[in-house]
Design a protein around this ligand. Structure first.
Ligand SMILES: [Zn+2]
Length: 119
């Protein structure tokens, strides 16, 4: 996928603040920050969504996300973490390379990422 921004990030074709990487997974700070320490975790290989990523890669990505969550809380004195993911256009996925958002949370940070009853 030549035009995939996260593949380009993984291949260092675009600059990003990479906070972690190994053979399977990388993590970087998105340009648009929503909270201090906000981080995206992506597989090195291109998978579009939860529907095509293999379980082995997903397990590795989740394990990295746990470690990063602990690290980000510690480094930023955060008091919590939200993990967010979208698969599919109608689920508000905007970049079609699998990614998990780690959003560090702080007391009175003004964010509300929780689901609201709609009906
Ligand atoms: Zn990609």
């Amino acid at each position: 996928m030549n035009d995939c921004i996260f593949c380009k990030t993984n291949n260092k074709e675009v600059s990003a603040k990479i906070v972690f990487e190994n053979d399977d997974v990388s993590a970087f700070a998105p340009i648009k920050q929503v909270s201090k320490g906000y981080t995206l975790v992506v597989p090195k290989n291109h998978f579009e969504s939860i529907f095509d990523i293999d379980k082995n890669t997903l397990e590795k990505l989740i394990a990295v996300s746990k470690d990063l969550s602990e690290q980000l809380v510690k480094e930023n004195n955060a008091t919590g973490i939200n993990l967010l993911h979208a698969s599919g256009k109608d689920a508000q996925q905007s970049v079609f390379h699998f990614h998990l958002h780690i959003v560090p949370r702080y007391e009175n940070d003004g964010l509300d990422l929780w689901l609201r009853e709609k009906l």
